[in-house]
Design a protein around this ligand. Sequence first.
Ligand code: RVP
Length: 498
Amino acid sequence: MAKYSNEVSRTFSEYLLIPGLTDKNCTPANVSLKTPLVAFNKGEKPALELNIPFVSAIMQSVSDHNMAIGLARNGGLSFIFGSQAIDTQAEMVRKVKKFKAGFVESDSNLTPEQTLKDVLALKAKTGHGNIAITEDGSANGKLMGIVTSRDYRPSRDSLDKKIKDFMTPFNKLITGKLGISLNEANNIIWDNKLNSLPIVDENQNFHFFVFRKDYESHKEHPQELHDDSKKLLVGAGINSRDYKERVPALVEAGVDVLCVDSSDGFSEWQKEAVVWVKKEYAGKVYIGAGNVVDKEGFTYLAEAGADFIKVGIGGGSICITREQKGIGRGQATSVIEVAEARDEYFEKTGRYIPICSDGGIVQDYHMVLALAMGADFLMMGRYFARFDESPTRKLMVNNRYVKEYWGEGSNRARNWQRYDMGGSENLKFEEGVDSYVPYAGKLKDNLDITVGKIKSTMCSCGSISIPQLKDTAKITLVSATSIVEGGAHDVILKDANM
Ligand code: RVP
């Protein structure tokens, strides 16, 4: 006979937090959002932690190298999407690991034999006014000179004028030696009143630009998440089909943590993938698994050796799995039950396996609810898709700016491996939609507001850390009528059409 769960499956909007005592020490400045990313044993520290409890979704429309750099610089982590060729995914990982704050690899490079016309065309394409002139026109070729907008006058100069005739040649350039610190580069910039400093190696090969403005920006990222050698941390999604080829390439590119990406992770394929990675790459890379929505699913993946476990089926903003397959569970109920399973497992084995609430976050306060209910960190797609750093196009639709956002189970992404139940290699039916989300600007500006709100809510709950919030939060269910009471009501809003 079928088993019934008599508990109603609920989501975050059905709950609110009740304030706890806010003591004088409990101020936003004292709140720490540090949280474990991977499993650890009782009394030990996790090998990887996040400085803010956010990771970006394993999706084509969310997590590429730009998002990964932006998010890690602000204390979180991206899982670079796996629904792409192995070499392109590895290349994205490599770009994140190679990123050095303030040292920018130039995407605007020409040769001395090219012309002003080429300079103008390149500037129109990239929007960058600083162009490195290298012997072979590559980003790491021998540096011959630099062109900036001060070197030519489009209204007077012939478009056929050769670059070698108007560039600032190498012998007149002030350069920095490869290996100098950002601080040293900045001193050269200041002492010589430069806007940018080219960095070259001992063979005069070009490597980076350091820009005056980027030094300032470096100081604005105190939460940056890096490994012991100061390289940014980065994650990557894998699937349970080609992991034996994909994982070696990702590890070789320097990935720190993997996640088997599946809409339903309670499967033998997923277990096999986790067991294989743990065996082949013990101590070299960490691996998360999921998604599950109950104790049974959690315990299965915990016993397989997962370093974190992802929770959620069907709650994603672009997800229609519940409609298509009738599979899923309210996100809040799933998190509450899996958190209980995690705590019981810890009690029993001494191994703490962090859980990640994946999808369904709409309001910033939902994030605090998810953490209070036991999530160690949150994975979000829609939230991050809205920012400049996401890989999709920004468009004007109905007089407002939007960004594209599509599900991995949509026809557009065609990530059949994520929805694989064995059998043929194709997407049999869609489990996701193709959509727009309102454009919201820069990642950092939005994160600052969100993090500020979370800290303020935590202070209302009397908590200055995530573990404390979990232990002491008071949570209440809300009725449909009290949800109405929570918004502006019984007043005429001034900006409404009157
Ligand atoms: P959201 O943050 O609500 O946009 O949800 C993002 C999550 O939705 C992802 O991390 C993933 O678990 C899930 N997803 C991604 N694609 C699809 C789909 O096409 N159904 N679902």
